[in-house]
Structures are given as C-alpha cells and as structure tokens.
Ligand binder design. Structure first.
Ligand code: MF3
Ligand code: CO
Length: 249
C-alpha cells in the first residue's frame, strides 16, 4: 500500500531530508586521501546528533554504522573501518535520518583525490541517470517510466543496472511501497500521484550487473570486481512536478 503524504507532511519530510543533505555536503570536503570510513561514519553520526536527528541506518536490522560507506567495487551497505582511503578510490556514501517522525534518505558517490577518467564517467553517468529518472516523477506517469529511464540512460552508455537492490517509497518508515527497480518498462506499473514520496537510487556497475553479499552479511560487491556507483534522492511528487527534498536549495 502506497502512503500518500499531505503538503504538511512533505514539509516535515523536507526537514529530515535537509539534514541528510547537510551531512552529505559536510562529508564532501572530508573525503580526501588518508581519511578512513570510520572517520566519515563518526562525522555523520555527530552531525546528525548536533541537529537532533537520529541516524536511520544504525541498528536497522542490526546494521552497525550510521553511514553506509562503499568504496570501489562495493555497491551498497559497506561497513566503516579504519583503513585509509587513497587517491584514485571512489566511495559511495549513503545516509538517512529520522527527524520529527519522518525519514530522509540520500546517497552520493565521490572521488578520492585524483581518479581515472573511467571512474569519473561512471560517477557522472550514474548521477545523471538519477536526475533523468527524477524528471519522470510527475503525476500521470507510471513507476516504469522512472525505472526504464535509469536503465535506458546507463545501458546506452555501456553500464549495467544492479537488479538485487531497489529504491523505495519513504515516509514514517524507511522503506515503504512501492519498490522502485532501476530497470523496467516505460508506461507500466502504478500510476504516480501527488503526495507520493520516493527514494530513487540508481546503483550502477561499470561491468556486469551481478552482485554478491560478503561474509559480513552486509557488504554488497560486484561479482566481477568492476567499480560501482550509487546516487539517491528523496523526491516528493507534486502537482507542480518533482520536488527533491534531499537538496540544499
Ligand atoms: N539507502 C539504503 C536503503 O534505502 C540504506 C539502507 S542501509 C541499512 O535501504 F543499513 F539501513 F540497511
Ligand atoms: Co534508500
């Protein structure tokens, strides 16, 4: 069942989402060679606390960190540790909070120092696929328009879409209906309505789409060792178009 949000509820979700955006913005300048994902996780937890927000992922199904840190061939749900990131790495950072009863959820993939042109292109195309999908988040379109738009955008540029993890509705729960695959068929699926709030999150692999979960039961990696990138926004569908809630202005 898809839970529609009122204008007032969307405003409350905007407050939670803004905190997420601020924390991810603060992390940007910390992502330099020598920093550890442990340091990044500590920053995110402290930044949320300072804003009276609760980290959404910490303790979720026993997830041990506040910030999901997934370098290089890690796709999502990477665990923080004390080893240092080095120039040439890429790192996906996924963060969520609960504030005033509502969740906000967003992710970015950032370069560490100087990265290869191949890695840069993967990051750019993944981010662009998110914005292309957000443009489809308008009343009257269908869920498949969002899914197909990510798939078409990245596959036509030589990349592949992760199948085993999907975006989701969001509200008073981190994960609500509908599930939002990053692959699908345009004009199919549920009709998009004002008041739907969606966490759209393309997870895109440089090479093959297959992924596996490591023995820690969390870390998702590409099977072939290729790079993976991830971007996510919490987006409200309104009569006047998509409203990106996890955005600073
Ligand atoms: N953005 C992810 C999601 O939508 C983050 C969840 S990580 C977890 O599910 F640790 F909380 F599972
Ligand atoms: Co999410």
């Amino acid at each position: 069942m898809i839970i529609l949000k009122s204008r007032r509820e969307i405003e409350r979700m905007k407050a939670a989402s803004r905190i997420v955006a601020e924390v991810l913005e603060g992390l940007r300048s910390l992502v330099v060679p020598g920093v550890s994902t442990y340091d990044l996780d500590m920053y995110a937890a402290a930044a949320a606390r300072k804003r009276n927000a609760k980290c959404a992922f910490h303790g979720y199904h026993k997830y041990p960190n506040s910030l999901c840190c997934s370098p290089n061939d890690q796709v999502v749900h990477g665990l923080a540790n004390k080893s240092q990131l080095k120039s040439g790495d890429i790192i996906s950072l996924d963060f969520g909070v609960i504030f005033d009863d509502f969740y906000g959820d967003a992710a970015v993939t950032l370069p560490v120092g100087e990265i290869s042109s191949e890695a840069k292109r993967l990051i750019t195309v993944t981010e662009e696929s998110l914005y292309a999908a957000i443009e489809k988040a308008i009343p009257g379109n269908r869920l498949g328009d969002i899914s197909a738009s990510v798939q078409d955008y990245v596959e036509s540029r030589g990349y592949s879409v992760v199948r085993d993890f999907v975006g989701h509705g969001i509200g008073k729960n981190l994960h609500e209906d509908p599930q939002i695959p990053n692959f699908g068929i345009a004009h199919k699926g549920v009709k998009l309505k004002p008041g739907m709030v969606l966490a759209i999150e393309p997870m895109i692999n440089e090479k093959m789409h297959e992924v596996k979960v490591l023995a820690d039961n969390w870390t998702v990696v590409t099977c072939d060792g290729g790079l993976s990138a991830h971007f996510e926004h919490t987006v409200a569908i309104t009569d006047s178009g998509p409203e990106i809630l996890t955005q600073l202005c």
